[in-house]
Write a protein of this length. Structure first.
Length: 286
């Protein structure tokens, strides 16, 4: 729970076993390598996590190996190490992972291959804390992806050890949404002037506003929204017609709300994706 003033903002934390099952942390490994053997796994209900977005290197200020770029997140963590059966070459294994990423509904956040990733020793021992993943630098591949429309992040790491055994590592971090009710909405709008409604995923080139509308509509009668702000980053900066599309989606639900396009002028560390919506109180004062 996170306490704000006299109110309580509730996070959706299902029982750990059920939530880890819902997260499907092993779904990728089992889909890509159905004959692989699970050799290690960990889980943690509340992890302060650094999502790697760059090659690993020595951070001289901290005195340890770190990803050159990363994003701080808090959520529910799970990881697994899989030993591959040896019936495919490393190149074939890499192609299988890439094919899965290309076909699944992921947003690719970062990838690197071979020595461009940095040292395998650093990934294994400083980042993943799995010594079994220490292999030859030139055999390593790493992908960082996010489920479209959800704050569920995956890191995939493939490597071959000196004994020629190959291992596939997957770690998943799931960031639960706030449970919005009338008291929570009023508290956030009063204390900070805004609240995050969520990401607008783009599926097959089309923005899907339904996840945002599903959070907004149950409360729009008791707390009519006066201003919604659309944020755009990355490739979404080229989609200048998103505000018009969002207004049309709102009007189809009977809502006449002012929508402003912030583009990338108000970056937030908590931004859930390249397109996201905030509910803003326009008369808020600090």
């Amino acid at each position: 729970m996170i306490t704000l003033g006299k109110s309580v903002v509730r996070l959706v934390f299902l029982p750990v076993v059920l939530l880890l099952s819902a997260m499907g942390p092993s779904a990728a490994a089992e889909a890509i390598f159905p004959q692989a053997k699970l050799v290690a796994e960990t889980s943690e209900e509340n992890r302060h996590y650094l999502l790697p977005l760059g090659r690993v290197k020595l951070d001289r200020r901290l005195g340890r190996d770190m990803p050159a770029e990363y994003k701080r997140l808090d959520g529910i963590f799970a990881s697994q190490v899989w030993e591959l059966n040896g019936n495919q070459t490393l190149a074939e294994s890499k192609a299988q992972v890439q094919s899965h990423i290309d076909q699944a509904r992921y947003d690719l956040l970062f990838s690197c291959f071979s020595r461009d990733c940095g040292e395998s020793f650093a990934w294994a021992n400083s980042v993943f804390n799995e010594a079994l993943l220490y292999g030859n630098d030139r055999t390593q591949s790493l992908w960082v992806v996010k489920d479209k429309g959800q704050r569920r992040y995956h890191v995939f790491y493939l490597v071959e050890r000196p004994n020629r055994r190959s291992y596939f590592y997957e770690e998943t971090l799931f960031v639960p949404d706030l449970t919005l009710d009338e008291s929570v909405i009023r508290e956030l709008l009063n204390t900070q002037g805004h609240l995050l409604l969520g990401e607008v995923p783009v599926l097959d080139g089309t923005p899907d506003f339904n996840p945002v509308l599903e959070k907004l509509m149950p409360h729009s009668a008791s707390i009519p929204p006066r201003l919604l702000v659309l944020h755009r980053h990355g490739d979404a900066l080229q989609q200048s017609d998103l505000v018009a599309q969002f207004k049309q989606a709102l009007q189809s639900k009977g809502l006449d709300v002012e929508v402003k396009d912030a583009a990338n002028l108000a970056p937030r560390a908590t931004a859930p994706g390249n397109i996201w919506v905030e509910w803003v109180r326009p008369d808020w004062k600090p």
